[in-house]
Every structure is written in C-alpha cells, then in structure tokens.
Design a protein around this ligand. Structure first.
Ligand SMILES: [Zn+2]
Length: 519
C-alpha cells in the first residue's frame, strides 16, 4: 500500500496520483492518514517542512519514500540535501527549444544526464534534453515531455546540493551551475528517492525508474509494491500503428497493403467530414476484415475538440454516426484526438458520446494527457482512458543526415526498454499535402525499413502487434484492475476482464497475474 501525501490543492497532486494509479492500480493507493499508521511506502508531492518528521519516521522504519519537488525546510535533510534555493534565472533560457527544421531535430541547452547506478540504469535514456522537437514545435518522437524552468509543476523545482544523498541524475546546461535532478538517500534502513520536479517523471519513459523503485529496489530488505506492466504477460514488447485520416482515406491503400502482406494489423482514425466516396468505405471494410481497427478522429478536426464540452460531444457523436451508418457492423468505441489536443472537458464529453478511450498526448500541449503509461486522466471520473502514442513517422521527420530513421529507431528502443506499449503514426496523402513524403514509393520504402528494423530488433522474442481497439481495450482493462497485497500475497480483481494475462512485477520477478481470488 502506498500512502499518498499531497499539499491540499497542489496542481501536481491529481497528475501524480493518476500516474501512480496507472502503475500500481487504485487498489494499492490510499490518501495519507492524518495520524499514525504510516504505510511502509509513501509518496510526497512538494512536502512542507512539517512533513519531515513523517518522512524521517518511514525511512528510519525501513520504508521507502518518494519525494517530488522542492523539499521545504527540514525535508531537505531527510532527502540528504542542503542549500535548497530558488532555481537561478538563467535556467529559463536553457530550458527553451527552437522549432525543429524539416528533416532535422532541435533540443534545449539544458539536459538531464543519468549517472552509473543500478537504479539509474532503469532510465532508457543516458541523457535527455529538457525539451526537444522532431517536427516544428509540436512533436517529440522520443517519448518524454517538457521539463520547464518557469516554477510551475512541470518545472525543475529548485537549486540544491547533495549532502549524503547519491546523485542518480544531474541537470546540466552550459553557463548554469549543475543541479541534482534525481537523488537517492539511504542512511539507514530505508530509502528516500527525490525528484527535482513536482510531477516527477510522469510524462517521460524515465517513469521506469519510479516503477523500479516501488516494485523491486532492494527487495531483499525493503518493502515493495506490485507494479502492473503495460505490456501483456509473455511478451517482450507490444506495438500498434495508425494512420490519422484527416483527408482522403482511400489514399492509405498502398500502405495498408504493405502491412497486410506482413500480417500486421492496420488502424485508421477518420475525420468524417470528407467526400462521401465508395472507395473510402471499401477500404475501411477491408481494414476491419484484416483485424484492423477504425476509430473516430472527430467530424471537422476542430482545434481542442471544438472548444467546449458541447462541441466535443457533437464532434464525437457526429463522427461515430457517420462511420457506423456507412461501415456495416462497425461499433466505434475509441478516438484519436485531433492535433492530440485534450482539454479537461474531453473525457466526459467522449464518454457521453459512447466512447471508451482515446489516443492523445503530445509535447506541444495538455501535458497532463502525456503520461508514460496509459490509463485514466488526472482528476477525471468519466472512466474514459487514454494512451499516448507520439512517434510520428512522416517524411518531414526522416532525417537528412546519418541514419534516416535514427530517431524512430531510438523511440522504439526507449519504449521497449521502459516497458511502454509502443505506438507510431502516419497520415494518408491528400491532394493538398503529403507530410514531406514526396512520393508513395518513398513512404512505402521507409515504412518497410522500419518494419524490418523492428523484426531484427525483436528476432527470437515475443512481439505482440495490436490494433488500436485492442490497445485501448487493454488499457481500459488495466485501469479497472485492482491489485492488493493480502498477507503478503498478490490478490487481483478484474484480471479476467482482459484479453491477455497481466504481467506483474514484484520483488525482482515478473509473473502472470493470478486471476480473481487466486493467490
Ligand atoms: Zn489529425
């Protein structure tokens, strides 16, 4: 059980809570008790000085504490830190990032560098800039969000000096004094992991470090909580792909045929305000016949789903009706958010339209929808789930220099190494725009090269290719799963509602989750 301590009203609270719930399930989280009765594992978001005693007591008792954000007053010493101070102003510039040039990338001067340490080794990145782009100032294909330096919850929180703690990662930028980003303090029986950001790494594949700390770290002499993997049991990795059909659905046919030849499922998300042509609908029937999926991508592709809950409902309902009237037997249950934009009214409005989940999350906007694991949205009670799939395979992102697919390959490796279900996307051509591909032949050649790379990387391993409905159904089942520990045994409710067994990681082992009631 994890006690979740949060300063009342802190905006990072619901975000961290949702991220933790996506990893350990709601069954293992409870609000912090006001009196004694501490759990052996606790998470503190921006703890006040008065929390120092509780942190010290849990650590001295052999427990684990995750501290996120600025450690006030006496809390600093409990984290093995001193000289906590406001972040110097020069970090604000270092955290900025120019838009990427076409077929190139851009990155901020500020970066996080991971050091050699068994816990740090769970980060899939050795270094990562605070911010980088693969396309304009919209996309980062490598699977991490944006560390700002503006003092908000997404910002690096403070300056500090390690005083007893081991530094696992440093924040660095030329011209700025380096600052510890992640530290581990283990002066006695317990462990205190500190992250210099109020939301921790919720939006990054570095979340794998938090999962490792909770599930496995020093399992021979520290408490651990079971963590549910995003990849189903028995598989080394899980992959999905999709085309967001903003225009001209039928032009996706050559790419569909490439995936069909290789026996891989193909998914499309449809903006339905399109020319009503029989060849569009014929392709959708064929995609479904080959175990693919057809999702909503709204009616008009309006920014922010139309700007209000009412507009979002109209966009979702209208697109679902359009598709279901034309495609025999289709029940639309999922969507891809236009521009990956997800204002807070979106989940409830989609639920009202009968949808169960959506793909969203991009570095450009709505960071709370860009979380490392799929699941329920922060602060949302609609039951709708979301999964971030931000690796865009476009002609505009095929690199001019070196290995043309270097970033796309790195994105796949980082997702796999961090246990994320990997999703990538492209768009069909239109008379208006070809997304930098230049020709269908070039596009097919690049997709084939990437599929060859995945086949090579995973040779001999167990790879699970899924369509988008299967992905969001799986994420939904994971969100409804409740895992608890009872007398030292894992007990799960809802494990039988998923298409595959869940993999559960606990105390250095990964096992299939026992079905309901079994131990
Ligand atoms: Zn789109």
């Amino acid at each position: 059980m994890i006690d979740f301590h949060i300063r009342t009203g802190h905006p990072a609270g619901p975000i961290v809570e949702a991220a933790l719930e996506r990893s350990v399930t709601a069954g293992q989280m409870r609000p912090a008790p006001s009196g004694p009765g501490d759990a052996a594992i606790a998470v503190f978001v921006e703890p006040a000085s008065g929390d120092a005693e509780t942190i010290g007591r849990i650590a001295a008792g052999g427990g684990k504490v995750l501290v996120l954000g600025r450690p006030e007053g006496e809390v600093a010493a409990r984290c093995g830190l001193r000289d906590v101070k406001a972040l110097p102003a020069d970090w604000a510039d270092a955290a900025r990032c120019a838009p990427a040039p076409l077929r190139g990338t851009s990155r901020s001067a500020a970066s996080v560098r991971w050091l050699a340490h068994p816990l740090a080794a769970h980060s899939p990145f050795e270094t990562r800039p605070f911010l980088r782009f693969d396309y304009a100032d919209e996309w980062n294909n490598l699977g991490y969000g944006r560390i700002t330096a503006d003092g908000g919850q997404w910002s690096i929180a403070c300056g500090a000096t390690a005083d007893g703690a081991t530094v696992l990662a440093m924040a660095e930028a030329s011209g700025c004094e380096p600052v510890p980003m992640v530290t581990l303090f283990e002066p006695g029986a317990g462990s205190v992991l500190w992250w210099n950001r109020a939301v921790g790494p919720v939006d990054s594949a570095e979340w794998a470090v938090v999962e490792a700390f909770l599930a496995d770290w020093r399992h021979e002499d520290r408490p651990c909580v079971p963590v549910v993997r995003e990849v189903p049991f028995g598989h080394d990795c899980a992959i999905t792909m999709r085309l967001d059909c903003d225009e001209d659905i039928a032009s996706a046919r050559p790419l569909f045929e490439l995936y069909r030849e290789r026996g891989l499922p193909f998914s499309v998300a449809i903006k339905t305000e399109q020319e009503d042509r029989p060849d569009h609908i014929e392709l959708l029937h064929e995609i479904l016949a080959e175990d693919g999926a057809v999702l909503s991508h709204s009616v008009t592709h309006a920014p922010r789903w139309g700007g209000s809950a009412e507009a979002c409902l109209r966009e979702a309902r209208g697109s679902v009706e359009w598709l279901e009237q034309r495609v025999e037997g289709l029940k639309v249950r999922h969507a891809v958010s236009p521009f990956h934009q997800n204002p807070p009214y979106v989940p409830a409005a989609l639920a009202e339209a009968g949808l169960e989940g959506f793909v969203g999350g991009i570095v450009a906007n709505d960071p709370e929808a860009l979380l490392a694991r799929g699941g329920r949205l922060p602060g949302d009670a609609s039951g709708v789930v979301s999964h971030s799939q931000q690796c865009m395979l476009h002609g505009d992102c095929v690199l001019e220099e070196g290995d043309r697919l270097a970033v796309t390959k790195a994105a796949f490796r980082a997702a796999t190494a961090s246990g994320a279900l990997f999703g990538f996307l492209d768009h069909p051509f239109s008379p208006r725009y070809d997304y930098g591909w230049g020709s269908e032949a070039h596009r097919l050649d690049v997709h084939a090269e990437f599929l060859d790379f995945i086949a090579q990387e995973t040779e001999g391993g167990a790879v699970l290719w899924l369509n988008e409905d299967q992905v969001l159904d799986w994420i939904g089942a994971k969100a409804r799963l409740r895992v608890t520990l009872q007398d030292g045994r894992i007990v799960a409710e809802g494990a039988d509602r998923a298409a595959w067994p869940f993999a559960i990681r606990w105390r250095g082992r990964t096992e299939a989750l026992p079905a309901r009631g079994e131990g």
